[in-house]
Design a protein around this ligand. Structure first.
Ligand SMILES: Nc1ncnc2c1ncn2[C@@H]1O[C@H](COP(=O)(O)OP(=O)(O)O)[C@@H](O)[C@H]1O
Ligand SMILES: [Mg+2]
Length: 231
């Protein structure tokens, strides 16, 4: 089964002379764990924004789980994203004043589907995930702002995974970690996405990470608008 299919996609940022993305085809199977790499500035985050329905392409289709996001209105896209996609950002985007546990529970407050899929007691599921991700219990009730980078990352991973979203999108989530911690974190993410059966799109500029994944895609090879832009 196809989880994600992009076809004839063209995207250009406002006031830019050239297209940022021109991708004839990209298909990912359900449960596939894919490494998407490209240099800084090559359009990786832009593509993830299109996959999440945060932005719309000028041309083409973005189908997730059989739904073409380009045919939905803004509210319906927001709903689709909340219900079906777990996001893990480079800067984590935790709410600093909320506790670790409440940050993990956020997707369940935005989506009744995620809440239902998090079991009878979502808080218990959030605790189970944090325990599984090795976050010490003393940190669960601390505001996110008081956690270390490694702890914040675990909270962000639990938040992305809670309620078993079918699609997990991770935008350079390991760049703040040293090599050993990177490896541990990626293995955790792979295990967890396999456990929930999620399709994982993991983005990085660091090609050395490719070996962990089922499949590797070079953005510049699928993007006809590719120009090598080094930051
Ligand atoms: N909000 C924006 N407005 C205009 N241009 C943007 C915006 N965000 C990114 N870009 C441009 O799009 C290109 C790709 O950026 P990005 O998707 O962030 O690359 P990557 O994630 O691979 O580093 C860059 O040339 C960048 O300047
Ligand atoms: Mg980026």
């Amino acid at each position: 089964m196809t989880a994600l299919r992009i076809s004839d996609l063209v995207f250009r940022w406002p006031r830019q002379a050239e297209n940022c993305l021109d991708i004839p085809l990209l298909e990912l199977g359900a449960g596939e764990r894919v490494f998407l790499h490209g240099p800084s500035g090559s359009g990786k985050s832009t593509l993830l924004g299109l996959l999440g329905g945060v932005a719309l392409p000028q041309q083409g289709t973005v189908e997730l789980l059989g739904t073409d996001l380009t045919q939905l209105g803004g509210r319906a896209r927001d709903r689709f994203r909340a219900d079906h996609i777990g996001f893990l950002f480079q800067q984590f985007n935790l709410l600093p004043w909320l506790s670790a546990l409440d940050n993990v529970l956020l997707p369940c407050t935005f989506s009744s589907r995620r809440r239902d899929r998090a079991g009878a007691v979502p808080r218990a599921e959030a605790e189970r995930m944090l325990r599984h991700l090795d976050l010490d219990t003393a940190s669960w009730s601390k505001p996110a702002a008081e956690l270390s980078v490694g702890q914040q990352q675990r909270v962000a991973a639990a938040r992305a995974l809670i309620g078993r979203p079918e699609i997990l999108i991770a935008d350079e989530p390991t760049s703040a970690l040293d090599a050993e911690r990177q490896q541990i974190f990626i293995d955790l993410l792979l295990q967890e996405s396999a456990a929930v059966g999620a399709t994982l799109v993991f983005v990085s500029h660091d090609r050395r990470l490719a070996g962990h994944f089922d499949r590797s895609v070079a953005l510049d090879e699928i993007n006809r608008a590719a120009r090598s832009v080094e930051a």
